[in-house]
Design a protein around this ligand. Sequence first.
Ligand SMILES: [Zn+2]
Ligand SMILES: [Zn+2]
Length: 153
Amino acid sequence: MFCYCNSSTSYSQCCEPYITGVKTAETPQKLMRSRYSAYCVKDADYIHNTYSSAKRPDNSVGDIAAFADYAKFIKLEVLEEIANEPSGVVEFKAYYIAENCLYTLHERSNFIVEQGAWKYVDGELYDTPVTKVGRNDLCPCGSNKKYKKCHAT
Ligand SMILES: [Zn+2]
Ligand SMILES: [Zn+2]
């Protein structure tokens, strides 16, 4: 079973050590992937703590936890990474299901290094379509299973 972030390694070898604090993300992409996985495992504290200090007050743990409950993330695609310490950019598409619709969070995110650790600042969102997912459709996660047998809630 691969990591939630769709890498080719297991969760314990990929995002878990960052989320549990064993390791500090070495690149903005690793931080971005671990924040994505933290939404999957609903670790709102980790997501909160990896915002830059300036953005942390705007993103409460409660709001993050509510979104993690609402949105079921099913797939991640990283499109581009520019790591130029002390700042970086990652463009990605994160797919999630909410109320039987498929959403695409297509974002170009900005990261900075604060006290030796990469942190998420903010991002520019692209307009993306929202599509209804029928219970007998193939699940948009790519499992080749019917939605009702896969990621349906
Ligand atoms: Zn991962
Ligand atoms: Zn699925």
